[in-house]
Design a protein around this ligand. Structure first.
Ligand code: PLP
Length: 401
């Protein structure tokens, strides 16, 4: 059976160029911190990768701190900035975020709250999943001197909404508050310039833009002081100790270059395919409700997300999977745990609606055939999954297959 992969937001296939670079580098030896020839060659590879990542996202090479990916970068930025700011000024105990952040950010904030007595301020979003800027303004007006850090994602991983980060940075910067953004879903998919953003820090992850899993970076402005999570050999400006992943870094650089150089055409191509998907779903399953903003500048070009009222999302996922169509009910990082999406709940949907969602995310290998396969199988799959609605347990999902 042909496989139709529509889960690129969870992880997207590596570009051939990145795969080749990765495999080539895996055949070499050399710790980039070693001073002998192999070490120096590995170091040169790392620095080339750093320059490529910096060029792709308009940062200075010295602003690129390599990590293991998005989760680590988010934790490093949020905890590291909070620690350093409260150490400097103890009254800065607040950490401001939004209700639709990825768990990598939300759980880091919650951990600071539980462990260090941080005051977590979770800002609301509107029905389309866009940050309430007025709530941010009010928070900064009332408590600007008590805020250690603001962390807001650039684009949401479930509903694809792009956030008004530039406006948020303007509000925070006026009070000297550093802003971190989780740019994991946006980097390589919509234009992003670290320099122009005004951000203090930004998280990226290679496996979301055609590089390997297990490598990412925190883009960190040179003037920003941050307490490290891990202590050790002092690599990466003492901010992220640990032997550098030369193969991953090289492949990350190659993928970033390719993603950004093909971005304008690819974004247009994906938006076209997504338009077909959207029209097809609306025609075949008229009950389906698109979540998030209408297609346009405020939505990731490869994202389509629906509520299928009365449908058990997990069952729908399994039925489609049995037909070779792979998509995600909610975000992959929480898949397997049957629970309503916190993003949809924050957007004002009911528990039932938030448990009846499917995300179809398109990427560089997506073709018309993938959209056709989804549209062919969707009506019957929705009908089957509706019959088991009311309990989205794996056992019931299995019944529906
Ligand atoms: N942030 C967002 C918005 C994501 O979508 C993801 C992954 O799904 C992450 C962070 C975590 O990234 P990683 O898988 O590289 O740890």
């Amino acid at each position: 059976m042909a496989s139709h992969y529509l889960d690129h937001a969870a992880t997207t296939p590596m570009f051939a160029s990145a795969r080749e670079a990765y495999a080539d580098e895996l055949a070499r030896v050399g710790n980039p911190s070693a001073l002998h020839r192999s070490g120096r060659l590995a170091r040169a590879t790392v620095e080339q990768g750093r320059e490529a990542v910096a060029a792709a996202f308009d940062a200075h090479p010295t602003e690129v701190v390599f990590t293991s990916g998005g989760t680590e970068s988010d934790n490093l930025a949020i905890k590291g900035l909070w620690w350093s700011r409260t150490a400097e000024e103890p009254r800065r105990t607040r950490v401001v975020t939004s209700a639709i952040e990825h768990h990598a950010a939300l759980e880091a904030v919650r951990w600071l709250e539980r462990t260090y007595g941080a005051v977590a301020v979770v800002l609301p979003v509107d029905r389309d999943g866009a940050l309430d800027l007025e709530a941010l303004r009010a928070e900064i007006d009332a408590h600007g001197d008590e805020i250690a850090v603001v962390t807001l994602m650039w684009a949401n991983n479930e509903v694809g909404s792009i956030q008004p980060i530039v406006e948020a940075v303007a509000l925070a910067s006026a009070r000297g508050i550093p802003v971190h953004s989780d740019v994991v879903q946006a980097a390589g998919h919509v234009p992003f310039s670290f320099r122009d953003s005004g951000l203090a820090a930004a998280s990226i992850s290679a496996h979301k833009f055609g590089g390997p899993v297990g490598i990412g970076a925190l883009l960190l402005r040179r003037d920003v002081v941050l307490t490290p999570l891990a202590h050790g050999g002092g690599q990466e400006r003492k901010i992220r100790s640990g032997t550098l992943n030369a193969a991953g870094i090289r492949a990350c650089g190659v993928a970033a270059t390719e993603a950004v150089s093909s971005l304008p055409e690819e974004a247009t191509r994906l938006a076209g395919l997504r338009g077909r998907l959207l029209a097809g779903v609306r025609e075949r399953v008229p009950d389906a409700v698109l979540s998030g903003p209408e297609p346009g500048p405020w939505r990731l070009p490869g994202n389509a997300h629906f509520v299928f009222p009365g449908c058990a999302a997990e069952a729908l996922m399994y039925v489609l999977d049995s037909q070779g169509v792979e998509a995600s009910n909610g975000s992959a990082c929480t898949a397997g745990v049957a629970q309503a999406s916190h993003v949809l709940l924050a957007m004002g949907r009911t528990e039932d609606e938030a448990s009846s969602t499917m995300r179809f995310s398109l990427g560089h290998t997506t073709t018309d055939a993938d959209i056709d396969a989804l549209l062919d199988h969707l009506p019957e799959a929705v009908a089957k999954a509706s019959r088991v609605a009311g309990g989205a347990s794996p056992a019931r999902a299995a019944e529906a297959r």
